[in-house]
Design a protein around this ligand. Structure first.
Ligand code: PXP
Length: 265
């Protein structure tokens, strides 16, 4: 079998300025759990997030993202194991910095982890991880992932102090929280948030970190995302899953990729 270079999935960046897409498949598991939470191993348990991950990859997605939450509300431990075994692009595992989940991640060895805050009551991740407040606990976690050869991303609000702290902690990637931009009720708020995102992206690029973005990105607000410089990858979940109900997953991914073309960086 052909031997792939380490981080072979990074190679396309060198040749094409294509904004990459990581598809977050959590909500495929949410749908399965709505009916099969008590028997996810049942032969009837559907839809299977791992099968969907394969469809995303065939449609051109550059990676698959999944969040193993402490309450296991959507993705299950076995899903992560199966994703690790089947994914051909790269696996980005989102996780809160808790000993149980970090230990699981270190056993699975995803290509990347994205550290996120996690509150049990929230519907989805609601804000960026406060690196300044959690610096002490994060130092060891980052070291452990790096020792295992796993790249570390940090999901943060677009605040320069957070960017500086990510660099100090040795983050390889920052994922900028675009939720406030996506949900801005007025053009003025959207413009202010865009300026914060632009400044944060510049700051992170200057500190030699890869800049990703995620949360609330959809088919309608992608034009705003193009105004943020230095982006390498977008992680998108809800809107692709929602669109797939109408057009199927493959088309939903292809349509999103088409909107991501011609990014000027
Ligand atoms: N990035 C992070 C860190 C997230 O927590 C989520 C939501 O799970 C996403 C991206 C995807 O957000 P959305 O589902 O709004 O596209």
């Amino acid at each position: 079998m052909e031997k792939l270079a380490p981080f072979h999935w990074l190679l396309p960046i060198a040749s094409v300025n294509q904004l990459r897409l990581g598809v977050n498949i959590d909500h495929v598991a949410t749908l399965r759990q709505a009916r099969y939470a008590t028997m996810p191993e049942s032969k009837n348990a559907e839809p299977d997030p791992i099968a969907i991950a394969g469809i995303c990859e065939r449609a051109g997605a550059h990676g698959i993202t999944a969040h193993l939450r402490a309450d296991r509300r959507h993705i299950q431990d076995r899903d992560i194991q199966r994703l690790r075994e089947s994914i051909m692009t790269k696996l980005n595992l989102e996780l809160g910095n808790t000993p149980e989940i970090v230990d699981i991640a270190l056993r699975i060895v995803p290509d990347e982890v994205c550290l996120v805050p996690e509150k049990r009551q929230e519907v989805t991740t609601e804000g960026g991880l406060d690196l300044v407040a959690n610096k002490k606990e994060l130092v060891t976690t980052v070291k452990r992932f790096h020792a295992a050869g796993v790249r570390v991303s940090m999901f943060i609000d677009p605040i320069l102090e957070q960017i500086d702290t990510a660099a100090e902690l040795g983050a390889d990637i920052v994922e900028l929280h675009t939720g406030k931009l996506a949900n801005a009720f007025t053009d003025k708020i959207a413009q202010q948030e865009l300026e914060r995102l632009r400044a944060a992206a510049h700051g992170a690029a200057e500190l030699k970190m890869q800049v990703n973005a995620g949360h609330g990105i959809n088919y309608r607000n992608m034009a705003l995302i193009h105004k943020i410089p230095h982006l390498v990858e977008l992680n998108i979940g809800h809107s692709i899953v929602a669109r797939s109900v109408f057009v199927g997953f493959e088309t939903a991914v292809r349509e999103m990729l088409a909107l991501m073309e011609n990014y000027k960086g």
